[in-house]
Design a protein around this ligand. Structure first.
Ligand SMILES: C[S@@+](CC[C@H](N)C(=O)[O-])C[C@H]1O[C@@H](n2cnc3c(N)ncnc32)[C@H](O)[C@@H]1O
Length: 221
């Protein structure tokens, strides 16, 4: 999870957290999620019988966006985020976090990978915008089950995001709240993948950060 765009100057603590996070889990998370996203996007492309235009909202440093573009042979990707493109990434567009600068149904799939829980205030608006511009939405996010799992997820978010200056959420989706939001926005869940094991390579951590805290949902708009 990385958004180096968010904080221009990083303190020693920021740099230490970023290094620890990259070593411990970042690469593994990227590999597992990219493979999963490609598989689900291919399923959509079979249904649509065409090449896929993907919009990655909250793309961060575009690591996942670029892997999807490289490995997903029929996927063309654009990434948007709320920070200016100081790194000159290709296929990056700046976004005000509310209104997408794209016409209706100009994409096949919108991806939100660990984004929605960082912007509770604009979450419904982001989903409405995703629905306006695309036929499918893929959401990767977290489920919490109470105080303990919420605190663990906040700790993971601090390790993964604090160094980059991305805000840490007060709470995460419960399954019930997530499904209520989809119903409210008239979005149709077609597949829910949970658990997802992102930390099986880390001896103790795999027992603490459970697979059921991670989910991917494929949605028809
Ligand atoms: C945890 S990072 C995830 C980065 C990348 N998607 C990944 O999975 O590695 C969350 C990203 O969401 C972005 N973000 C937060 N609120 C947003 C909004 N309203 N619109 C677009 N991006 C947003 C942040 O700037 C940050 O880059």
């Amino acid at each position: 999870m990385s958004s180096p765009l968010a904080k221009d100057k990083k303190s020693i603590l920021d740099k230490l957290l970023i290094r620890f996070h990259k070593k411990a889990s970042h690469g593994n998370r990227i590999d597992i999620l990219s493979a999963l996203f490609i598989k689900e996007i291919q399923n959509i492309s079979i249904e649509k019988k065409e090449a896929i235009q993907l919009l990655d909202i909250g793309c961060g440093d575009m690591t996942i966006t670029n892997i999807l573009a490289e490995k997903g042979t029929n996927i063309t990707c654009t990434g948007v985020d709320i920070y200016p493109n100081t790194k000159n990434w290709d296929h990056y567009a700046e976004f005000d976090g509310k209104t997408l600068p794209f016409t209706d149904k100009s994409y096949d799939v919108v991806l939100f990978s660990d984004v929605l829980h960082h912007d509770a205030e604009n979450m419904n608006r982001l989903l409405q915008e995703a629905k306006r511009v695309a036929d499918f939405i893929i959401i990767k996010d977290h489920f919490e089950y109470g105080f303990f799992s919420r605190s663990l997820l906040q700790l993971a978010d601090i390790i993964g995001n604090y160094g980059y200056g991305v805000s840490i959420p007060k709470r995460y989706f419960s399954k019930e709240r997530f499904q209520a939001i989809l119903a409210q926005e008239q979005l149709q869940e077609i597949k829910l993948i949970c658990p997802i094991y992102l930390y099986n390579h880390l001896p103790l951590v795999k027992y603490i950060f459970k697979g059921k805290y991670q989910f991917v949902c494929v949605i028809k708009t």
